[in-house]
Every structure is written in structure tokens, then in C-alpha cells.
Ligand binder design. Structure first.
Ligand code: GTP
Ligand code: MG
Length: 666
């Protein structure tokens, strides 16, 4: 069963035959006037001179705003900037005609996405679409349960949060908040902001949580075939999450890399270019290699994570191209949770970098924090669209200085962050040294591909039993066959092996394995594969579930103890707060059941028992009760099943780990 899917668009070889084999794609793209604009998704000016309409969400913004008040997308053209790409006519406005993944959890709706996809190179994962390989964190298991939060409860919660937030925001009243009409005072040291870096480190590194599975898993003895052989000649797989603010050029960069490295043929590229131009979106030709669904193409944004592959000298890279739009952060979480390393793409153009860094609307900081909380400590910052700023060294340095400070505070070591100025559109500094003299004059570092090769190989849990969180399920009803896609986080698989499918508890047999659409004999920890199963009811294999060793079942639970770090700018958390709970590829509505303790972020020691409320930058132990059960383990026994993020009102408010599985489901 292929991991690439060709059932969306018909490719007619006769139309694009040999004549295009020598097609100079670079020349054509570069000479296309509509692609030369620095901000190719124009916002539409409305009739009224006092407002401008965002082309992404169609919100009518006040003239004074340079970014959309709703989705943070940069206004184009900027007032008085004189910059326009002259390609406004056919831009199709973004419409929120389907609920965002966040809305679906909050409102208990079902995902409506069932669209087909097509690509010869890319797999898109969709946790709820059987035959489409899309990857959105809207698993049918998790979504079908929805949430019980009523409008009234929601409003009440919002009011409470508003009270807390406003009291927390006003200087001098930081230590007080309102609950049930009563003012409460917190000791000042309880709300002193910790250094985020230490907090994230203590969350991800210093956990000494429960003993749960660690002891029983200690008895596991891997068979000889499961251990990697040094002479097998295979490149190490490196799962590379491409993250960053909306429109920064993630898909364009990914598409360009795939094309330059021979993973997308001239013919395919020409096809993307032709179709993109037909829709008045010529500048998106490379992005269309990843953004395959009609909806993504029409809106000009990535909505679900695309999975593609290319090889470097050292690695078989699994590209996880994430959506940058804030409505699709849950999908980004589901994809990036598999990352071994990340490529944070920054739009260098004036105003766009700043929009991405905006604490409330930008996604640069949120993505960076999420990635760090998933245990990723190796980061390449691709400062893209340098062509727009004339390859200015000053602009690059400013971005490096401002973002560098934030990354340091988020727990990234300076020595683990590589900064690469580049232009995906002009093919500068991607797979060869730059040719533009403006960049050459001051940049002497590695090009992007070299930077990827310089990353340290990730460590793998080869001695642990099988754990493979399922990010996507592909069903083939005619053959009564089902494929579970995902990254092995422990153990190994080969055909004939029996696997336990959780949460159903059914046992299936591995019929075959595929890596990058090619059959492979063995998959080991770290490999991103499709596992074709037989002998199992296909409805029992669901995205958000986990494949594991039949003798070492993982836990299913609804009641968990978590150690969390509340993120900057987050709404306060109280007992009873309704949250979206994310763990590996599963998402579930959750309620805060208990506030166990407030922790000293530096030492991890308990500062206060049973705090009433948690504010931004605090670290705490809490208990949550989920609407439905999820596969979860204590972080100390299985990192991949023990990392969580909590979201509310469309933003990530906390990241953390599972310290105790309190009540296991039978
Ligand atoms: P989302 O997935 O929706 O978050 O967007 P993205 O980050 O994948 O951005 P995408 O690749 O869709 O590109 C957005 C726009 O930026 C497109 O019009 C691209 O042509 C343009 N773009 C990307 N890279 C460059 C670049 O290096 N220079 C210029 N001038 N434009 C670029
Ligand atoms: Mg994209």
C-alpha cells in the first residue's frame, strides 16, 4: 500500500510529455512578474476607506492596523508602502466555513474534512480521513466525544478568565484576582515570573515521576533482528518539523528543497506551476507540492501536516511541513510531536517578522515553545525571504538578536541553534552556497542542506518495547486491509509480528511495512512508516491510538496528573477550567480537577500546596480529567506518550508532562 497518494488529480502524461524534461523551471518562475512581490497574498482593500479586509480571514480591520486583528496576517499592501504584487484580482478570500480543529473540540463537533489528496511525493496525514493521507489532529475517536462545555459555562469561564487576566495585567494588582465576586490575594513570590528556559528544562528533563511502566518494561529483551546493524547501509531517519508563522514560506521552502533534491520532477513542478498560475497564485507553485487539497490551494494556506522525504549525505529526512495559521496549531502539534529536530522558518520582510513575533497573534513564539516542549533541542532558524530585504545583514542580525533572546528563554541552547539566511524563492543558500553577491558579501556559514547534515543523530529507544503512536489511518475496504502510519518511538517491527492495537486492545499481524512508499523489511525506533495490518477489524485502528507489544500494553486513562508550565500570556487556570488536552496524536476535552502544588521553577520544589489559580510563567502539578480515554504513559517511562500540551480559546496555554496515570481504564 503506497504512502503517496495519486487519487486526487489526474496526471496526463500526454499533456506534459518529454518536451518539459528540459524545462527551465527556475527561469520561468523567476521571470514571472507576479512572483516577485514580497508579500504574495494580498489583503483586499474594501470600499470603505476606514477599513481593510484581511484576505485570509476576511475580517474588516481598522486602517490603523498593519496586521489582521483576528489572525495576525500582515496587511498587504502596507499603507504607503507602495508594495503590491499586482496580483490582487484572483485572490480568493479565506472563509471560516468549516470549524477549525480547536472549535471542533470546544464545541464537540465532528471533523468535516474528508477531501482527497494527490501527490507523487508527499503524504498528508489526516487522522480522521480514511483514504486521504492527511495529518490533522482531529481524530475521530477524540472528536466524536466532543465537549460538554455549554455556552453558559464557556461564558462564565471567559468572565472568570477576563477578571483574572485584567487583574494580572494591571501593574500593582498582579497579586490579586477575583473568584465568585471575592478578591483573593496571592503571595508575591507565587507569581514571580520564572525563567522559561529553566522551567521547560525542569519539565522535560528533571522529572522523577512515577515508576509505572519503567519496571515492567525493564524486563523486556529485544530480539536480535530488532537491533540496528551498523553494516545495513541505511541512512538514519531524521524527522524534521518545518514550523513557523503563517506565510513565512515553509511549504515553498519544503517544495523547493524537494525539487532541488530530485524528489519532484520537472514535469510535476511544471504542472504545479501551471495550475497555480491558472488560479492566480503563481507564487505558490512550490508550496502546492505540499499543499494539495483544493481548500488549501484556494485559501493559500497549509491546513494539515504534509509528510515528504529527501536524502542528504547523512540522513533520510522526513519533512513534516506544518501549518502556520493559528487555527491549525492542533495539527501542527500532532505533526511536530514526531520531530527529532526543527526548522523554524522566519519571514525576514519588514513587518512580517514582527507579526510572527507578536505574542498574542503571531505563531513564531508559540511554535518554538511547543517544539521545545516536545523535547526538540536542535533547531535551524531559516531566515527566509531575504530577497525582499535585499539580503541585508542588518535585518538578519536584528532578527537573530530578537528571536535569539526569546529562543534562549525558551530553553534552546545557543550552541544548538543554527541561523541560515536564505531565499526559497530565489534559491539562495538552500543546497549550495549562495550566488547573490549581496549575501555572499557577509555570509560565510553553511547552506541549509549542510546545516541539516550537521545535526546530531537522534537517540533511539531500541531497547524498549514497541510503541508507535498512530497519526494517520488508511483503510482499503476492498482488501479488508488497514494501514497505520506513524513514527516508531520504541522497539521494532517486521512482517509477521503481532501487535496490540490500543485503545481497542485487539491484536493484529503486520502484513508489510512501507517507508516513503517503498516496502521495507524492518522498521526500528525513529522510523516513520506505514504498517499494513491484517487479522483485525479495521475500525479498531484509529488515529490517536498506539501500536504496542502484546506483552507490554500501554495504559489507557482519563485521569492524569501533570506537571505543567503555564506559557507567557496564557489565561489563568482554575479548578474546573475547561481545556483541550493534546498528547501525541490524540486530542481530548479536559477539565482541571485539582491543583496539587505550585513549583519553584528553578528547583522544581513545591512552593505552595493547593494553589487557587495558576498564572502565566508559573510551574505546577495539576490533575486533569478527560472527556474520553487516551493512550498515555508517565513521562519517566515513555517520553513520547508522556508529553502534553494544553490549549484554551484557540491558543496554547501550557506545556508539560504526565507524572502519574491516576486511574487506568480497564
Ligand atoms: P502556511 O503553511 O499557510 O503557514 O504558509 P507557509 O509558511 O507554508 O508559506 P507558503 O510557502 O505558502 O508561502 C507564502 C508566500 O510566501 C507564497 O506566496 C510564496 O511565494 C512566498 N514566499 C515563500 N518564500 C519566499 C521567498 O523566499 N521570497 C519571496 N519573495 N517570497 C516567498
Ligand atoms: Mg505551508
Amino acid at each position: 500500500m503506497p504512502r503517496k497518494f495519486n487519487h486526487g488529480l489526474d496526471y496526463d502524461d500526454d499533456d506534459y510529455g518529454d518536451e518539459y524534461d528540459d524545462y527551465d523551471y527556475d527561469y520561468d518562475i523567476d521571470s514571472d512578474a507576479e512572483d516577485n512581490g514580497n508579500l504574495p497574498k494580498p489583503n483586499q482593500e474594501t470600499d470603505s476607506s476606514s477599513i481593510w479586509r484581511c484576505s485570509i480571514c476576511t475580517y474588516d480591520n481598522d486602517q490603523s492596523m498593519t496586521t489582521c486583528d483576528i489572525c495576525g496576517v500582515l496587511r498587504n499592501p502596507l499603507p504607503l508602502s507602495g508594495i503590491s504584487n499586482g496580483n490582487d484580482l484572483k485572490t480568493v478570500p479565506f472563509k471560516f466555513d468549516i470549524p477549525s480543529p480547536d472549535d471542533m473540540v470546544t464545541n464537540g463537533l465532528h471533523s468535516s474534512k474528508r477531501g482527497p489528496k494527490a501527490s507523487a511525493t508527499v503524504r498528508k496525514d489526516n487522522t480522521s480521513a480514511p483514504m486521504s493521507a492527511r495529518f490533522s489532529n482531529s481524530s475521530s475517536l477524540m472528536m466524536s466525544k466532543g465537549s460538554n462545555v455549554t455556552g453558559n459555562e464557556n461564558n462564565q469561564l471567559k468572565d472568570e478568565e477576563h477578571n483574572l487576566r485584567s487583574s494580572a495585567k494591571s501593574p500593582g494588582t498582579l497579586s490579586s484576582y477575583h473568584e465568585g465576586g471575592v478578591e483573593h490575594t496571592l503571595p508575591m513570590d507565587e507569581i514571580k515570573p520564572p525563567i522559561l528556559a529553566r522551567s521547560l528544562d525542569s519539565v522535560s528533563i528533571n522529572d522523577r515521576g512515577g515508576t509505572g511502566k519503567a519496571a515492567s518494561w525493564g524486563q523486556y529483551k529485544p530480539e536480535k533482528w530488532m537491533l540496528p546493524e551498523s553494516e545495513d547501509g541505511l541512512l538514519n531517519q531524521l524527522n524534521l518539523a518545518i514550523v513557523g508563522h503563517v506565510d513565512s514560506g515553509k511549504s515553498t521552502l519544503s517544495g523547493r528543497l524537494l525539487h532541488l533534491l530530485g524528489r519532484i520532477s520537472q514535469k510535476e513542478m511544471h504542472k504545479h506551476e501551471k495550475e497555480a498560475k491558472l488560479q492566480g497564485k503563481g507564487s505558490f507553485a512550490y508550496a502546492w507540492a505540499l499543499d494539495e487539497s483544493p481548500e488549501e490551494r484556494e485559501r493559500g494556506i497549509t491546513m494539515t501536516v504534509a509528510v515528504a522525504y529527501f536524502d542528504t549525505k547523512r540522513y533520510r529526512v522526513v519533512v513534516l511541513d506544518s501549518p502556520g495559521h493559528k487555527d491549525f496549531v492542533p495539527n501542527m502539534i500532532s505533526g511536530a510531536t514526531q520531530a527529532d529536530a526543527a526548522l523554524l522558518v522566519i519571514d525576514a520582510s519588514i513587518g512580517s517578522f514582527e507579526a510572527g513575533m507578536d505574542g498574542s497573534k503571531g505563531q513564531t513564539k508559540e511554535h518554538a515553545q511547543l517544539i521545545r516542549s516536545f523535547g526538540v533541542d536542535q533547531l535551524i532558524v531559516a531566515v527566509n525571504k531575504m530577497d525582499v530585504v535585499e539580503y541585508s545583514n542588518d535585518r538578519f542580525n536584528l532578527i537573530k538578536r530578537q528571536l535569539g533572546t526569546f529562543l534562549r528563554s525558551s530553553g534552546f541552547r545557543d550552541s544548538s541553534v543554527l541561523w541560515i539566511p536564505l531565499s526559497a524563492m530565489e534559491n539562495q543558500n538552500l543546497v549550495t552556497a549562495p550566488s547573490d553577491v549581496r549575501l555572499l558579501s557577509w555570509y560565510k556559514g553553511p547552506y541549509l542542506l549542510d546545516a541539516i547534515d550537521s545535526l546530531h543523530p537522534p537517540t533511539r529507544d531500541v531497547l524498549k518495547p514497541l510503541v508507535m503512536p498512530i497519526c494517520d489511518v488508511i483503510k482499503s475496504p476492498t482488501m479488508n486491509q488497514v494501514s497505520a502510519c506513524g513514527k516508531l518511538e520504541g522497539g521494532a517491527l517486521r512482517s509477521g509480528v503481532k501487535v496490540l492495537v490500543m485503545p481497542s486492545g485487539d491484536v493484529g499481524t503486520v502484513r508489510s511495512l512501507e517507508r516513503d512508499s517503498r516496502p521495507c523489511a524492518i522498521a526500528r525506533s525513529g522510523d516513520n512508516v506505514a504498517v499494513v495490518l491484517q487479522g483485525i477489524d479495521t475500525s479498531k485502528v484509529i488515529a490517536g491510538g498506539v501500536l504496542c507489544h502484546p506483552n507490554f500494553p500501554i495504559s489507557i486513562a482519563k485521569h492524569l496528573e501533570l506537571k505543567v508550565l503555564i506559557l507567557d500570556g496564557a489565561s489563568p487556570i482554575l479548578i474546573g477550567s475547561q481545556l483541550e488536552f493534546h498528547i501525541h496524536h490524540a486530542k481530548e476535552a479536559a477539565r482541571v480537577e485539582k491543583m496539587v502544588s505550585l513549583l519553584d521553577p528553578k528547583t522544581g520544589k513545591v512552593m505552595k500546596k493547593a494553589p487557587r489559580c495558576l498564572l502565566a510563567k508559573q510551574s505546577a502539578v495539576i490533575e486533569v480529567v478527560l472527556q474520553g480515554p487516551v493512550c498515555a504513559e508517565e513521562f519517566s517511562s515513555c517520553k513520547a506518550l508522556g508529553r502534553v500540551s494544553l490549549r484554551a480559546l484557540g491558543r496554547t496555554i501550557a506545556v508539560g508532562i504526565v507524572t502519574r496515570v491516576i486511574e487506568k481504564e480497564p
